[in-house]
Ligand binder design. Sequence first.
Ligand code: AOF
Ligand code: ZN
Length: 348
Amino acid sequence: MTDQQYLEIAINQAKKGLGQTWQNPLVGAVIVKNGQILAKGYHHRFGENHAEIDAISHLKNEKEGTGATIYVTLEPCSHQGKTPPCVNKIIELGFKRVVIGQIDPNPLVAGKSVERLKQHNIQVTNLDNSESLNLAYNFYFQNQRPLITLKYAMSLDGKINQKDGYRTMLTGKDTFQDTQKLRQMNQAILIGENTLKVDDPKLTIRSNPAFPPFRIVLIHNAQKLDLQQAIFQSKGPIYILTNHKNEQVLPENIHVLVDEVWTPRKIIDFLTQQGIQSLLIEGGSHIHANFVKSNLVDNLIVYIAPKLIGGTGLPSIWGPGISEMMNFELKQITPLGSDIKISAKRVY
Ligand code: AOF
Ligand code: ZN
């Protein structure tokens, strides 16, 4: 088998951790000696062993590592985090060669392990083919902010409801299922106060994942929250971004952060400090417009329902305008029951 093929196996291992690794990357590893796969492993869950250590733990005997090649989808770590540096273990066991799928963009690592391995005469090959495993993780470290996805459902005439202040169900159950997956793929979800009032959403994932996304709500005056609203009845961290102090006794999952104005840039800076690598914006149209205006949109997910609403409906993006159009590259067009999903990526 070729290096590419072994790394493919490691990539498939990595995918087993999907939904469990929170802000850590998906990583897989395969140990090979004399053309034989001796062990496979992956990062199972946030806080637990890294992929390399998991694979090593599946060797019959650690000594088998001596003279072997380890294929890892991400450069091994060189720092003491929640677990000790994997690069030390690779050196200690006397691996002969390390084949990686990408350099770790985390500044704590960022090429340091490759250097150390080479200093110990361990051969390193970077196949540069594993970036798609961790798009948001890579984006976060390369851009020092989360990857931002704007999502909305609209009619054929581009409206999100029949009238401002009213909830209109536009899309069907297949779209609902898809939006659940989309939430699961993001570490934070943002909505504004109108959406909170009108839709009364829970913003939860019905499958109850181990690390639910942070739910962020922009509320102008959060002095008195309506704790009967569905979002406050469900578990998981909630951050209220507001300009008025709250005076209630709140459950401990609800955090209120006060600032004079919460511009898109400030929201993103706050999420960056929290280590949030991906943000899904779920409405309403004013928040959409503000993020567009601030040039803070990387991906678009638009669900289109085959309906016409006419003149009274609120447009999907409504508020401050922009002088130049934003360009997107179409990534996918997917029929979902009677709806259509359009996925697009920003191009500069
Ligand atoms: C993982 N799993 O298999 C590898 C990682 O806090 P820690 O100790 O879990 O360290 C997390 C960092 O370790 C992560 O950001 C990445 O730089 C590096 N490699 N992380 O969670 C793994 N190989
Ligand atoms: Zn590690």
